[in-house]
Design a protein around this ligand. Structure first.
Ligand code: B12
Ligand code: SF4
Length: 484
């Protein structure tokens, strides 16, 4: 029996671990790979370790002690350096095991992963089918020789110092053919979920994969290295998963984490109609673009149990929205809020400060005035009762986004920060040299944004003791940043 250990990479340090611990949710990527694999290949034992729950050294021990034949690490950019350290630690204790990397960072920068770590293979893009191919190939080998894997599609590898990227495999067109994530392989009780919930316990799901848009800042490379990028699950398959979550894990609320629920109005409405028909009584949350939204969709969402959405408004400047290719207008943003509020759906507006894009081969920067205007706009929407909550961030050029390439082309990233991914973990910090913007101005805007966010929360209520703790933590962090 082949032993396969799939791991979500934790940061190396405890401090950062605590920072990431807010609103933990199960690692759906590796759980989905596990479900797909065990349904198609029985001669395998699979373990899943969520490093965010275990911490770094415990994760190393758990993997090394079990002596798996194949180890798969999943990681995003801010924990990439930890992933490299984890590969090193595991390789030194299990030199014979095959080490595989996957996820957003590995998909975006496979060469870096193979150069800076002891990973044997990188899986680029969607992982289920390629990982199954790897496992089957290893199982079929008389004597393990990783070079026999080098013909597989969808992988990058290093052989004799040379890195090769094979053709990327096609995506799974029928998402219904992927089993529900193997949540039984983790302890579901350990996941607190999003801090705004009506009913607990809640958990995350994915109604679709991919997105039809190409916003400059968005690092959704996993879903657009191949075609067809955007794929939908059938409404009944979605409803079936919600029911199984409730029956198997006692889940009473779900949060759809797919890129944008309204990528297709038709599909979104069909999902709502199915949920209404099934009369599930499970409240749910989702993420929306500002456009397309119409009254019929909002009415159906509300009737189907959706009570809260994330809405990507991003900026109050039309110049910026056009520049970052968001394909929305400010009027559409206000209209979307009005429509959703008519149906009493709570909205958390998402905003970005100091946006960057490229025009005529030159970088264009959003300045202090435009960023301040964005916060003012958010404040006005909150006062008018059109927004209930808000979140903001300073633009980060994550690998995998068109913005990362722009930043590299124009040398915009601060000295020493490309590759120093640990430093990217601080969500309210700019890794970009913003011309003409002083640290003081950034600090002032951050304070303004955080106060606004707190005010919106107090005004809208809907949070309990745990959330009050979250707000306090945020306030302490702002004060600490101001002092330092
Ligand atoms: C939920 C989520 C979170 C949760 C994570 C919960 C968890 N425990 O996994 C929380 C809120 C903690 C979070 C935090 C952050 N996130 Co986030 N998050 C998401 C989100 C919305 C969904 C993730 C998901 O479940 N996807 C569904 C599964 C099926 O996809 P997947 O994980 O990519 O896995 C597939 C492939 O990548 C691949 N794969 C993945 N792992 C492995 C491993 C192996 C061995 C193999 C072979 C294949 C493989 O196969 C999987 C199945 O096809 C994505 C956007 C998205 N739609 O994917 C962003 C996303 C992953 N996050 C992103 C970012 C930037 C962040 C933050 C930096 C945000 C911040 N400023 O704080 C932090 C960083 C946290 C960290 N540890 O690094 C970026 C990643 C960009 C990058 N270059 O890394 C994404 C892509 C959003 C975006 N479009 O920009 N996030
Ligand atoms: S920001 Fe939203 S709409 Fe834009 S590409 Fe990313 S997921 Fe799609």
């Amino acid at each position: 029996v082949l032993r396969v250990h799939l791991v979500l990479v934790p940061p190396t340090t405890k401090g950062k671990f605590a920072e990431l611990g807010e609103g933990l949710t199960p690692p759906l990527g590796i759980l989905s790979i596990a479900a797909y694999l065990r349904a198609r290949f029985t001669d395998v034992e699979i373990r899943v370790t969520d490093g965010l729950l275990e911490g770094f050294s415990q994760t190393v021990d758990l993997v090394s002690d079990w002596k798996p034949h194949i180890v798969g690490l999943s990681f995003n950019t801010p924990v990439a350096n930890s992933a490299y350290a984890l590969f090193d630690a595991i390789k030194s204790r299990l030199p014979e095991s095959l080490l595989v990397a996957g996820g957003a960072h590995a998909t975006s920068l496979p060469e870096e992963v193979l150069t800076r770590s002891k990973a044997d293979i990188v899986v680029v893009g969607e992982g289920e089918a390629v990982f199954l191919d790897i496992v089957k190939a290893v199982a079929g080998m008389e004597k393990f020789d990783k070079r026999q894997l080098y013909t597989l599609n969808g992988i990058a590898y290093k052989d004799g110092g040379r890195i090769t990227s094979n053709p990327i495999s096609t995506y799974i067109t029928d998402l219904n053919s992927i089993q529900f994530p193997a949540r039984d392989l983790v302890d579901m009780k350990k996941y607190s979920g999003w801090y705004l919930t009506k009913k607990k316990p809640e958990t995350t799901m994915l109604f679709s994969r991919g997105c039809a848009y190409e916003c400059v800042f968005c690092s959704n490379k996993v879903w657009n290295v191949s075609q067809p990028c955007l794929r939908f699950r059938s409404p009944s398959n979605i409803a079936d998963e919600i029911i199984s979550l409730n029956e198997e894990f006692g889940i009473r609320e779900v949060f759809d984490n797919s890129d944008e629920f309204n990528n297709s109005l038709t599909h979104a409405k069909e999902v709502c109609r199915e949920l209404i028909k099934r009369n599930l009584r499970i409240p749910w949350k989702t993420q929306l673009r500002v456009w397309p939204i119409d009254d019929e969709l909002a009415a159906l969402m509300a009737a189907a149990g959706c009570w809260y959405v994330h809405l990507g408004i991003e900026s109050a400047s039309q110049r910026t929205l056009d520049g970052v290719k968001k394909k929305i207008t400010i009027e559409q943003a206000e209209e979307a809020c009005r429509i959703l509020k008519r149906h009493k759906i709570k909205i958390l507006g998402l905003f970005m400060l100091f946006n960057i894009w490229e025009e005529n081969d030159k970088p264009v920067f959003e300045g202090v005035a435009e960023s301040r205007a964005t916060l003012d706009f958010a404040g006005r929407l909150i006062r008018q009762g059109l927004l209930d909550y808000m979140g903001w961030s300073i633009t980060m050029p994550y690998p995998g986004s068109p913005l990362y390439d722009i930043a590299l082309r124009h040398n915009l990233i601060k000295n020493g920060l490309v590759g120093n991914w640990d430093a990217w973990l601080r969500e309210e910090f700019s890794v970009i040299n913003l011309p003409g913007v002083t640290d003081k101005e950034i600090a002032r805007l951050k304070t303004r944004g955080s106060i606004l966010r707190g005010l919106a929360m107090v005004r809208s209520g809907g949070f309990g003791l745990r959330d009050a703790g979250y707000i306090l933590k945020k306030v302490f962090r702002i004060v600490a940043n101001e002092v330092s």
